[in-house]
Design a binder for this molecule. Structure first.
Ligand SMILES: Nc1ncnc2c1ncn2[C@@H]1O[C@H](COP(=O)(O)OP(=O)(O)OP(=O)(O)O)[C@@H](O)[C@H]1O
Ligand SMILES: [Mg+2]
Length: 359
């Protein structure tokens, strides 16, 4: 199948400051790809390059089977929603939505039909005659999204469209965007540094660091089998627990050793050679409170803090001078200072070698 968007050996540099390092990605038609990474890692630069707003240093960008590397933005068949969107303050919502189409010289009836379709999709039908100043933040954001959607193209590029909104609105619009994608079936490339948005929206997530993709995989794969320490630490809240130690493989099965802890690794499926220094990573949800009862290797410690969060709670406990977290369902009666011996489910854990890559 032909890719909707194909990025081939792309390099982008500002002078001698390299921002994107030889990157290649193929994005399938109808795919929802999320670019996720810390501030400054090159997400907007990459998206702007796909849109044609940013010159590239080397490589190629293909959209719908055509090399568009040097095409004008308007000829690329994309719609874009920017990180800092600006609506035309003196124009009504209707005019804001139709502006690009009027400039492009589309027939009036076609413009009206598209504005009506887009407004209905984004629940803006009753607001078409208002000006941006007369709208809430979420409504304004929907107009900004609408301005891209009226173009009715196959590929949409979103650059942190929800970052300026409060948490409740963000959650609501996130669900709207997911529905929109399900209904329209376009290809979406969506930039965010919010891991919840990435995990909930994406078919695949590309996790970037310093212009390099660290892992490109489904949300489940990235959550359960992170490719390296950076990905493991970036995804998940509270963050994955890490314990440093070493793996020893005597005659029997391999064992992870650290500070008097000896964890049998026979339940772990290794993908790489494994002796020597290593980091054991396990998520708060992959620990059980009573390790002995579950016949799991235990990590004994003392409760330091309990954070109730409604239906669940996060329990922090100290082990060997380190603070580890454990997620519990329901109400927690434990107090700071109480002794616990949680068990770690090694089949769900991750091991990383000295260079940080997954073992
Ligand atoms: N015009 C420019 N000249 C030089 N360096 C730039 C320019 N624009 C961006 N950069 C640098 O390129 C890097 C990537 O910037 P970019 O805007 O792509 O990051 P981002 O991942 O979108 O971050 P954020 O999450 O903060 O939006 C940063 O280090 C930034 O300082
Ligand atoms: Mg950005």
């Amino acid at each position: 199948m032909q890719s909707a968007v194909s990025i081939k050996d792309l390099k982008i540099a500002y002078g001698d400051h390299s921002v994107i390092e030889k990157m290649s990605i193929d994005i399938a038609p109808r795919e929802f790809l999320v670019l996720l990474g810390p501030s400054g890692c090159g997400k907007s630069t990459l998206l702007n390059a796909i849109a044609g707003l940013q010159d590239i240093t080397a490589g190629e960008i293909w959209i719908s089977g055509k090399n568009v590397s040097w095409e004008e933005p308007k000829d690329r068949g994309i719609g874009m929603v920017f990180q800092s969107y600006a609506l035309y303050p003196r124009m009504s919502v209707r005019k804001n939505l139709s502006f690009g189409l009027r400039v492009a010289g589309l027939p009036k009836t076609e413009i009206e039909a598209r504005v009506a379709r887009t407004a209905a999709l984004l629940h803006l039908d009753k607001l078409l005659d208002r000006r941006p100043a007369e709208l809430s933040g979420g409504q304004r954001q929907r107009v900004a999204i609408g301005r891209a959607l009226v173009r009715e193209v196959d590929v949409f590029l979103f650059d942190e469209p929800l970052s300026n909104l409060d948490a409740k609105l963000r959650n609501e619009l996130r669900v709207e965007i997911k529905k929109l994608h399900q209904n329209l079936g376009n290809t979406m490339i969506y930039v965010t540094h919010d891991q919840v948005e990435a995990l909930t929206l994406a078919d695949r997530i590309a996790i970037m660091r310093d212009g390099v993709i660290q892992q490109l995989a489904s949300p489940a794969e990235i959550y359960h089998r992170p490719a390296n320490l950076f990905v493991a630490g970036f995804i998940g809240a509270p963050a994955m627990n890490f314990i440093e130690g070493r793996i020893e493989r005597g005659n029997g099965s391999p064992v992870f050793l650290s500070n008097g802890l000896a964890v049998d690794l026979s339940g772990y499926s290794f993908q790489a050679a494994s002796d020597g220094p290593a980091t054991l990573g396990f998520r708060p949800d992959h620990l059980v409170l009573d390790g002995a009862a579950s016949r799991l290797p235990t990590i004994p410690g003392h409760v330091s803090v309990v954070e109730p969060m409604g239906s669940e709670a996060v329990l922090w406990f100290d082990w060997a001078g380190q603070s580890l977290s454990l997620r519990l369902m329901g109400e927690v009666t434990l107090q700071p200072g109480d002794t616990v011996a949680p068990g770690v489910d090694i089949a769900k854990a991750s091991l990383f070698g000295a260079d940080g890559s997954r073992l």
